[in-house]
Write a protein that binds this ligand. Structure first.
Ligand code: PMP
Ligand code: GLN
Length: 414
């Protein structure tokens, strides 16, 4: 095999999603909703499927993104960023947010260039930067002792700045944050913006959970900060926006010159994404966007999605407390972390080469039939993995029956 793949073992998704399926566990592990997808979205796809004669819907479309989709995305992000986003040059549609991220690293990182990653971090950033020949540089967030809120994960800005040198090219910001559910404040983002400007960094703003925020005012998109559009590649996901993660459609938005290298890779990698799903997502946005602006009560993206999520968050937090976990209450997104230290003493789990949260998550899945994700996988170096192995990550975007089934298991644990 090529050297670049040499030190890559199976990712947590490969291991824990397989384990959850094999053990038929109640799955609060991998992040996806298990309730029906919004009908107004799947209806659009159904309509397209009823028209085989519509070649425009079933054959290749424009490589950089279906005109209808880039058009509505440009309209929306022009509003969010308060700049004029050009649909034909400043939006690129990709296979999931994953490929926008990967293209951004491949397109901008030269061998030896350094990329700052705020940890815990979504687990694909680190290997993707390495595949691109870059050097990932972790900046670990602090969590106050006994914390109960995801907002208590904080960045030490002096530490971050001390890691910047001539080779530092890029900063990756994930907001709302996976796995913690933290929503970065304006003050925190402004500080990051100041650092990005001072050191001339490109910023990757992974904002796939941008609509999963209880009050939409609180979502501050990085590219909307003064002077930041020019240096930011913002990344979104249709799978997340409309709760259809299996559709695997994402996008990168940014100024033309920042997107050019991503397009160079895309045109020779997949060239174009699936046409009917792009059309369906475009139509879904076109239906929802006017409501988002003028009738939020009836908008899926403004209130439908987040309203549903908030209730589920509260339910899971309560259940976890009953199970003797200490939940860290998230402000946004799909996920919640919870400390299992109180349970640990009675369990006597074996020591393993993997951090304790891997051992605990495997045990919980195999023996108690509850699937979670070990968050130490979101740290890159061994010391930080070990230091941060007293929690599990749970996805609460699950139907009530799934949460109820998890409650039965948690009650018995508590
Ligand atoms: N970034 C983050 C923070 C994620 O949680 C995910 C998982 N969906 C992705 C990117 C990838 O999104 P997609 O499924 O659209 O590729
Ligand atoms: N982003 C989701 C999560 O964090 C799904 C993971 C994946 O598809 N690899 O659980």
């Amino acid at each position: 095999p090529a050297e670049r793949t040499a030190d890559h073992a199976a990712s947590i998704w490969v291991e824990f999603t397989t384990l959850a399926a094999e053990t038929k566990a109640v799955n609060l592990g991998q992040g996806f909703p298990d309730s029906p997808a919004p009908k107004f979205v799947t209806d659009i796809l159904e309509d397209l499927s009823k028209h085989p004669e519509l070649t425009a819907a079933h054959q290749y479309t424009r490589g950089y993104g279906h005109p209808m989709l880039v058009d509505i995305l440009a309209k929306m992000y022009s509003h969010f960023y308060n700049v004029q986003v050009d649909p034909m040059n400043e939006v690129l549609v990709t296979v999931g947010a994953y490929l926008s991220l990967y293209y951004a690293f491949l397109g901008w990182v030269n061998r030896g260039d350094e990329v700052l990653i705020i940890e815990p971090a979504y687990d694909c950033y680190y290997p993707q930067v390495k595949f691109a020949g870059g050097v990932p540089v972790p900046v670990v967030m602090n969590l106050a002792e006994g914390a109960t809120s995801a907002s208590q994960f904080t960045i030490d800005f002096a530490d971050l700045e001390s890691k910047i040198n001539q080779k530092t090219k890029m900063l990756v910001i994930n907001n709302p944050h996976n796995p913690t559910g933290k929503l970065f404040t304006r003050q925190e983002l402004e500080k990051l913006a100041e650092i990005a400007k001072k050191h001339n960094l490109i910023v990757i703003a992974d904002e796939v959970y941008e609509f999963h925020v209880w009050d939409k005012k609180d979502m501050i998109r990085f590219a909307s900060l003064p002077g930041m559009y020019e240096r930011t590649i913002s990344i979104g996901s249709a799978g997340k926006a409309f709760s259809v993660t299996g559709w695997k459609l994402g996008w990168a938005v940014g100024p033309k010159q920042l997107l050019e290298p991503l397009k160079a890779i895309h045109q020779n990698c997949v060239f174009t994404c699936s046409t009917p799903t792009q059309m369906a997502i475009a139509e879904a946005f076109r239906l929802d966007w006017p409501k988002f602006l003028n009738d939020p009560e009836n908008s899926y993206l403004a209130t439908g999605l987040s309203g549903e999520l908030r209730g589920k968050r509260d339910k899971l937090a309560k259940m976890l407390e009953e199970g003797n976990f200490r939940p860290i209450i998230p402000d946004a997104g799909y996920f919640m972390m919870a400390d299992y230290s109180h349970l640990k003493e009675g369990l006597n789990l074996p020591k393993d080469k993997d951090p304790d949260d891997f051992v605990f998550s495997r045990w919980l899945c195999r023996e108690k039939k509850l699937a979670t994700i070990p968050p130490s996988a979101f740290y890159s170096d061994r010391e930080n993995k070990v230091k941060n192995s007293n929690m599990v990550r749970l996805c609460y975007f699950k139907k009530n029956e799934t949460l109820d089934a998890a409650e039965v298991i948690l009650k018995k644990l508590g």
